[in-house]
Design a protein around this ligand. Structure first.
Ligand code: PLP
Length: 376
């Protein structure tokens, strides 16, 4: 008997949408010229990159010249954080962030703290949200940047970005959001959010791995991380990949259609209702009940180890919220920061749904769980 494969790990990565691969295909064989060259062999690539830039810009509601292509979400975050520090060093030495950011924020900040930058980590409540009043209280005259993720990768909680950005701007501080998980799942208009920088990652929105972008608001200049020839308006040196840009552009165009996300939300809610019906208080939801990504269900199987549940779920790709280190289970830093009790948090499993998820798949997983999980 072959095991049925069910993919419920879309927050980790998405498959490439067939329309995206179709758009990329001509750039594998043709359009090989260097986009910076001035002859016939480069024109196709150059035009395609600029079209892709405008597609990405449209997905976040900005001008094309405010988009810089990067190698992904991590690089976009590094460019925002280090680019501000390197450029505006004399203006301050303090950055505010949250305690539940992705390592792609935490690690560059750890690096910057070795260079003398002070970092404040805002706490979150039990649902994973920051309090804008805590942010207000953390601001100092030396604060140069505030970076708060739009939506959390593990529990899906959406932050009050508009309010936080307002606090930043009341004090003349630049504001960055890591939107790697939110673009394509919820609206991410940079003007509605009020942000100065926004990071996005291609492989979270049905584009290939290895491409992403940073929105940099007009009038703000950053120190590039990679110096060289003047690609990307001097903000990211290196010959551009039309192949990857076109993939991201097409994915960004598809990401503007939220109809697919409505059905994903319906499936996700059905999943949770079925678990609740079967297991009652033996399952607990991690994350905000409402301010949460429509595809994310982080659920704790109380009294069990998430990794063990996952190991028994035949053919199901999902992620656990706890890690086993030398025999004992450690909560993820996100669940820990949310104050989730150990016996609840250690049973956490993150299911993240996507465009390809079907009702039948969810019902199959629920049926499997009914066999695996015996509530205490
Ligand atoms: C919130 C968040 N930020 C940044 C990243 C990093 O993106 P990339 O893998 O494209 O570097 C991820 C990927 O897991 C993420 O979930």
């Amino acid at each position: 008997m072959t095991t049925r494969r069910i993919y419920l790990d879309y927050n980790a990565s998405t498959p490439i949408d067939p329309a995206v691969s179709a758009a990329m295909k001509p750039f594998l064989a043709d359009h090989y010229g260097n986009p910076s060259s001035g002859h016939w062999a480069s024109a196709g690539a150059k035009d395609a990159i600029e079209r892709a830039r405008s597609q990405v810009a449209a997905a976040v509601g900005c001008h094309s010249d405010e988009i810089v292509f990067t190698s992904g979400g991590s690089e976009a975050n590094n460019l925002a954080l280090k680019g501000v520090v390197y450029k505006l060093r004399e203006k301050g030495d303090h950055i505010i962030t949250t305690s539940i950011e992705h390592p792609a924020i935490l690690e560059p900040l750890r690096f910057l703290s070795r260079l003398g930058v002070r970092v404040t980590f805002l706490p979150v409540d039990g649902t994973g949200r920051v309090d804008p009043d805590d942010l207000r209280a953390a601001v100092s005259p030396r604060t140069m940047l505030i970076s708060i993720m739009h939506a959390n990768n593990e529990v899906g909680t959406i932050q009050p970005i508009e309010e936080c950005a307002r606090v930043a701007h009341e004090h003349g501080i630049l504001f960055h959001t890591d939107a790697a998980q939110s673009v394509g799942k919820i609206p991410t208009d940079v003007n509605q959010l009020g942000v100065d920088f926004l990071s996005l990652a291609g492989h979270k929105l049905y584009a290939p791995k290895g491409v992403g972008a940073l929105f940099i608001r007009r009038g703000i200049s950053l120190e590039p991380l990679i110096h060289g020839a003047g690609h990307e308006s001097g903000r990211h040196a290196g010959t551009e990949s039309a192949l990857l840009a076109v993939g991201l552009g097409k994915a960004a165009e598809l990401a503007r259609d939220f109809d697919a996300m409505d059905s994903v939300r319906t499936l996700r809610d059905h999943f949770w209702m079925e678990l609740k019906k079967r297991f009652g208080d033996s399952v607990a939801l991690n994350g905000h009940p409402m301010h949460r990504l429509p595809n994310t269900l982080n659920v704790s199987f109380v009294g069990r180890i998430g990794a063990e549940i996952l190991a028994q779920l035949d053919g199901v790709a999902a992620t656990t919220g706890s890690a086993c280190h030398s025999g004992h289970v450690e909560l993820s830093p996100v669940l820990k920061a949310m104050g989730v009790e150990t016996d609840v948090g250690m049973g956490a499993v993150r299911f993240s749904l996507g465009r390809g998820t079907t009702l039948d798949e969810i019902d199959t997983v629920v049926a499997q769980l009914s066999h695996i999980f015996e509530p205490a």
